[in-house]
Design a binder for this molecule. Structure first.
Ligand code: T46
Length: 138
């Protein structure tokens, strides 16, 4: 079990296969990720000035990639905060469980790809910040 703090949420450099016609990044289960993949989704057509997130997950781990454009992710473990800017297709932010996140500053045309450790489960979300602090024992 990984500690549930922002210091355990790191930007991973993903494998990149380059040739003159462009790049490929392939993510292999159990090889390139710190968890097994159970779901992939992506967020796109994000209107200017909008924010996403505003919640934490009890169990879910994720790898978040700006496959196009850029955006910022602010992570909060109930004690400390940090903001990570993603702007390259070969960087992925690993978010461990139990971290509040806010996504903002989406560039025009940004696409946010999320690789997730579990299938969708509404009961895994904590959408109230005070409840999140209680969950963290703060
Ligand atoms: C996160 C950020 C980056 C589903 O039905 N299935 C799904 O797999 C997902 C992800 C969402 N939904 C439904 C649930 C809500 O009615 O889509 C609606 C919006 O979902 P949510 O509020 O989770 O959207 P975001 O963009 O705020 O958050 C999502 C992830 O849930 C979250 O874990 O980190 O993307």
């Amino acid at each position: 079990m990984i500690d549930s703090t922002i210091y355990n949420c790191n930007v991973l450099t993903l494998p990149k296969i380059h040739n003159r016609a462009g790049n490929i990044t392939a993510l292999n289960n159990s090889v390139d990720l710190p968890f097994d993949i159970n779901r992939v989704y992506y967020i796109y057509d994000i209107p200017g000035g909008e924010m996403r997130g505003g919640h934490a997950h009890k169990e879910l781990q994720q790898l978040i990639i700006a496959v196009s454009g850029s955006f910022d992710i602010t992570l909060d473990d109930g004690h400390n905060r940090k903001t990570v800017s993603l702007n390259r297709s070969y960087y992925g932010l690993h978010i461990v469980s139990g971290i509040w996140r806010d996504l903002s500053n989406f560039s025009s045309g940004a696409i946010c790809l999320v690789i997730a450790s579990h299938r969708y489960d509404a009961s895994d979300y904590i959408r109230d910040y005070q409840e999140f602090l209680k969950h963290k024992g703060r």
